[in-house]
Design a protein around this ligand. Structure first.
Ligand code: EPU
Length: 335
């Protein structure tokens, strides 16, 4: 097996943080992974590296999941069932589906990362979550090397959450994800305000999958930094859910506070608004800061350390807690 030594992980994480892996290996097949796990169980997994902040060198063996391939399992008149290996790039997969007229994930265009990690945080954007199209996740159990399957229900999906962030955390290597997508009669989701505005501005009344994908790409490009140019990990915090009572008290003090109803007793408040109101939007502290167009995104301008970005996140959490009595939960994995 080709284990490399003292490798910089800068190009393996979208934050572009330069920490070192003492030992590093890329695996390109399930078989290779199973062979590796026979001799090495204390591993650190890296895939697209799009949801992690690396604050220190990694002493464990870093295993880069690079298993590629897409297969069509079956199809009928309306639906197509596909299995996609973990190392496929998410956005390239979305674009391929759009080009084949397979519907269901077009709203999730341009999300960084690989297919193998999309179930972990149940990626979501513009009114769609990936859980709505996933039928099955395959994984290798690290302890036994056995191939196991999780049905959609067993994944226990929630808002930016799944079993892989909870009971199953650290126990499995996700190797493939299976999807059910539509071939016609697509269930288009264009209700998100920004998508409607984008389509209207282009005079598109009956959008195709490609029109929606293009609209999402345009919206994301206008608000979110491209990780190839400015290191980032998308939304650094989750949008907090608070009680209706707490929200009403806050509304008395801050009449403009935006919100989305979650249930009769709970309300979601955009973390981006709380951070912007706290004065952090667009603030730059040398090599790191808060993105100028979306306050939920922390950025590395080039040479920041993970520790510096984590300290900024803690400062933001404290300021928001002091002003609004709301705890912001970090969405990104801090390593
Ligand atoms: N807002 C501000 N200032 C900001 C940013 C947002 O006031 O700097 C307020 C505005 O009121 C705006 C509202 O927040 O109307 C919502 O903003 P936006 O539509 O940009 O969405 P978000 O809630 O900030 C979430 C996801 C994004 C996803 C968008 C679109 C989370 C943690 N984030 O952001 O996901 O792209 O909705 O669906 O739920 C990601 O997870 O990495 C990510 C980018």
């Amino acid at each position: 097996m080709n284990i490399q030594h003292n490798i910089s992980l800068k190009k393996y994480n979208t934050f572009g943080i330069s920490v070192n892996a003492k030992r590093f290996i890329s695996v390109t097949s399930v078989y290779q992974l199973q062979q590796l796990l026979k001799v090495e169980k204390d591993i650190f997994l890296i895939s697209g590296g799009s949801n992690m902040l690396l604050t220190k060198d990694i002493n464990k063996l870093v295993v880069h999941i690079d298993i590629k391939g897409i297969s069509i399992d079956r199809e009928n008149h309306n639906d197509i069932y596909l299995t996609v290996n973990a190392g496929e790039n998410w956005h390239e997969f979305v674009l391929w589906c759009v080009s084949q007229n397979y519907g269901g994930i077009e709203n999730l265009s341009l999300i960084p990362g690989n297919v193998g990690t999309c179930p972990i945080q149940n990626i979501g954007a513009y009114g769609v979550e990936v859980k709505d199209t996933i039928t099955k996740v395959e994984a290798i159990e690290i302890e036994t090397g056995k191939l196991v399957q999780f049905s959609n229900k067993e994944c226990n999906f929630g808002y930016r959450n799944s079993i892989f962030k909870n009971e199953a955390k650290g126990k499995y290597v996700l190797t493939s994800v299976s999807f059910q997508l539509t071939k016609g009669n697509h269930n288009l989701n264009t209700s998100y305000g920004a998508i409607e505005t984008e389509l209207t501005s282009k005079n598109i009344e009956n959008p195709s999958l490609k029109d929606i994908s293009n609209a999402v790409i345009a919206i994301r490009e206008s608000k979110l930094p491209d990780p190839k140019k400015i290191g980032n990990s998308g939304s650094f915090f989750k949008n907090p859910v608070i009680s209706k009572e707490q929200f009403e008290k806050l509304q008395d003090k801050f009449p403009n506070i935006p919100s989305y109803k979650v249930s009769d007793s709970e309300v979601k408040v955009p973390a981006g608004w709380l951070i912007e109101q706290s004065g952090f939007k667009g603030k730059r502290f040398g090599e790191f800061g808060v993105h100028e167009k979306q306050a939920l995104v922390l950025v590395n301008y080039g040479n920041a350390t993970g520790k510096e970005i984590f300290e900024l996140a803690q400062k933001i959490q404290k300021t928001v807690l002091d002003s609004y009595q709301i705890s912001l939960e970090i969405e990104v994995n801090i390593i």
